[in-house]
Structure formats: C-alpha cells, structure tokens
Ligand binder design. Structure first.
Ligand code: CP
Length: 332
C-alpha cells in the first residue's frame, strides 16, 4: 500500500474532510488511548513556531507516541534539486535525509516557509515536495509559502462548531497590514477548504496582493460545484458587510516576492487595512478569526482580538484536535 502524505487542502474530497472533522470532534476532550503507542513523529522546523510545534507534540503524547524535534540549526543545509552538482553550500541532498529519516521515524512534519526566490519558484514548495517524494513514511506540511493545511483544518472545525452547517455561510478572508512579508499558506489552505464546504467566500485585499491565480480559480470551481461562491473585492468595508466570519491575515505580494523593500513601500499606504470595532460593526455579528501570531493594533485592535466574538484561541486549541485525527488516520 502506498503511503499517504498531507501536503495540501486542494486534494481533499468532501467525504475525506468530513471524516477528519468528525474524528477530531470525537477525540476532542477525550483521551482516545495509546493508539499510536511506540510511534515516532519527526518534526523539522526551518522557521519558528509556537502553535504548530506544541500542538503536534501534545497530540502525539496524548496518543501514546512521541516527537523528535529538529530546527534549522540542527540540520545540514539541504539540496532539493534532482541531479544537482553539490559543490555549493548544501551539505546533504534531501533524498538522503528523507530516506535516512524514514528508517527512524513513522512520519515526518516539515515547516519550510522561507522566501528563497521568486513566487514562481517558491510556489513549487520544492523542499517539502522533495521530502514527500523521497520519504517512505507519510509527510505532513507544517506550512510553506503556499499552504498551511493543518491550520485550515482547525479553522474549519472552529467555524463548524460555531455555525454548525457551513453551506452558504458568509466568510470574509481579509488581508491586513503587517510590517513583515508573510506567507500565503493559511489563506490558500482555508480558502480551498471553505470552497469545499460550499461557503460564500469574499476574498478582500488591496490591489497588488492577489492570491495565487491557480488557487483562486480552483477554489471558484470547487465552491461552485458545492453550491457556494468565491468573489474578490478590493474594498474592506464592502468585504465586511454581511460577513458571518471575518478571518484576518496578512500575506505577501507575489509580484515583489523577492523584493522585501518594494513590498514594504507598497504597504506604507495600507495602514487602514486593520480590523477594528468599526469594521466589525459592518458585519453580521461576525466571528473574528486569525491563525496567530498576530500583530496587535496593526492587523487587528486589542478590542476586537479580546472581544466576545473573537475565536482566535479556539482556533489554536483546535490545532491539537485536528492533528490527533490526522495522525490517527495516517499512522494507525
Ligand atoms: N498558526 C501557526 O501555525 O502558528 P505557529 O507559527 O506558532 O506554529
């Protein structure tokens, strides 16, 4: 039987998503027992993490397994290119690292979200995809520039807990300002799952911050087939009107992906792209979501982040529950 990876929300079918969310709901608040006793999850973080790292460790321990955690400082610089002549900085090829690690651990989680070139280069998720190709154990995407599928599972579970059915519910995915260039991973992944659930999604961003064209077109098709819709607006006030969920997150400008200074210059005039009480008042009493970490009073004000409609900590808590379900499906 071929191994299963979890790299993207794009390949999930509706029954697969429902199964995962139902299992997460069943394990939530319960200890499902030592179902992964003796199993080891290897985690590799090439960028910092609080939630992903801790929630995976907690999930594995509560299922009877354990984690080995590696950060960029622990690892050799890796070469993902096929037939590369390795006379540069990379000390080890991904295929050798992946095949070796597959002899030690039962699954691998990888966060590889750094900017290393143009958008056309980084959207290919070369390091993650190369690990998935060469590892003989399941590989889990812990965030790339392109996707953050585990975050999106937690987001959809959080919405489902609050709204019950997500069919035709109004979700606004709102770009907000941030001093640093951010990945498009959480936005792409939640957009694709919201489309699969048949939600009416409004994607709101300033001109120049378009999401990946293929992700957008695929999401429109998926949503249409599921009885929902995806529209794009460039006006945050219009985007907020009637929203039942307002999901705030910054993401980078793909046009200037390899030019941080240019992106920073563009963002100088975009400080208004921030969630505050005035904007929330235009919604249909929306839930406020954000995957965290959040720049308080830049992306969203303290008042809304700490307000009664905020679900930001529920999202973070649900990471552990959806990941338990995922690990049970991949490893049991
Ligand atoms: N949302 C999220 O992935 O958080 P971390 O970067 O802390 O893992």
């Amino acid at each position: 039987m071929s191994k299963r990876d979890f790299l993207s929300t794009a390949g999930l079918s509706r029954p697969e998503l429902d199964d995962l969310l139902d299992l997460a709901t069943r394990v939530k608040g319960k200890r499902p027992g030592q179902v992964l006793g003796g199993k080891t999850l290897g985690l590799m973080f090439f960028q910092p993490s609080l939630r992903t790292r801790v929630s995976f460790e907690v999930a594995m321990v509560q299922l009877g397994g354990h984690c080995i955690n590696l950060s960029a400082d622990d690892l050799y610089e890796l070469e993902p290119g096929e037939q590369a002549i390795m006379d540069g900085r990379a000390e080890e090829h991904v295929k050798d690292a992946a095949r070796t690690l597959s002899r030690y651990v039962d699954a691998l989680g990888i966060r590889a979200a750094s900017r290393s070139g143009t958008w056309e280069h980084d959207r290919r998720e070369l390091l993650l995809r190369s690990y998935a190709e060469h590892a003989s154990v399941p590989v889990i995407n812990l965030e790339t520039c392109f996707e953050h599928p585990c975050q999106a599972l937690a987001d959809v579970l959080t919405m489902r807990e609050n709204l019950l059915s997500l069919q035709s519910r109004k979700l606004t995915l709102l770009w907000c300002n941030h001093p640093e260039p951010k990945s498009l991973g959480p936005t792409h992944s939640v957009l694709q799952l919201a489309a699969l659930m048949g939600m009416d999604v409004t994607l709101a961003h300033p001109l120049g911050f378009e999401v990946d064209h293929e992700v957008l077109e695929r999401s429109k098709q998926t949503a249409g087939a599921a009885g929902g819709s995806v529209r794009v607006v460039n006006d945050m006030t219009e985007a907020a009107r009637g929203a039942e969920v307002l999901y705030a997150r910054s993401w980078g400008c793909t046009k200037y992906w390899d030019d941080n200074e240019r992106e920073a210059m563009v963002k100088r005039s975009l400080h208004d792209w921030r969630v505050d009480e005035q904007l929330m008042a235009r919604t249909d009493n929306a839930l406020l979501m954000h995957p965290l970490p959040v720049r308080r009073n830049v992306a969203a004000t303290d008042a809304v982040l700490d307000g009664e409609r905020s679900r930001i900590y529920d999202q973070a808590a649900n990471r552990a529950h959806v990941q338990k379900a995922l690990l049970m499906q991949l490893l049991k």
